[in-house]
Design a protein around this ligand. Sequence first.
Ligand code: ADP
Ligand code: MG
Length: 174
Amino acid sequence: MPGTRTAIPADLVDLPVGALCALIGPPGSGKSTYAARYPDSWRVCLDVYRRFATDSEAEQSATPVAAEIQNLLLDARLSRALPVLVDSTNVFPHVRASLLARARYWQRPAIAVPFDLPLATVEAQNADRDRVVPLHIVREHHQLLPDADQLYREGFTAVHTISELLATSAASHR
Ligand SMILES: Nc1ncnc2c1ncn2[C@@H]1O[C@H](COP(=O)(O)OP(=O)(O)O)[C@@H](O)[C@H]1O
Ligand SMILES: [Mg+2]
């Protein structure tokens, strides 16, 4: 039912009713592992929709269609005041601006969760990922991670920085 609160583990960010939560971090920083600890219907993920469209989550030509699917789901959930977790890198300001515009349109809070982990940790986790992303992309995305001040300036209502590895769940994730 729209607006219903769901109990989530105590060490996770508690999302206000109807919040849009942008996970922000390079490939391998642990976004999908983190998202897997929330109810699975809360997550939108470009990798998943690229795979649905092409059988490959890496197929960048499918990013426009994946973004359309994501936007439909964002609107469907935000309009009902249901929380939504955006599980993509979100390291580019124009991508975050588009998410913020949707949250603003529906008058919902926008929460940022940047994954600020050492590059060595991210590189090691990327090597252990379902799909290993080329190192130069991991490094470029790691450098682009915005700090909390920037995220507040962009319009996020709260910023919760993840700066150490959290417990994981047994739930599968991609
Ligand atoms: N908190 C954590 N503790 C231990 N391993 C983790 C943790 N978070 C992620 N990992 C591991 O790191 C790898 C990348 O995590 P993933 O969630 O897929 O990252 P992303 O979605 O940001 O690319 C996976 O193999 C995952 O099991
Ligand atoms: Mg992921």
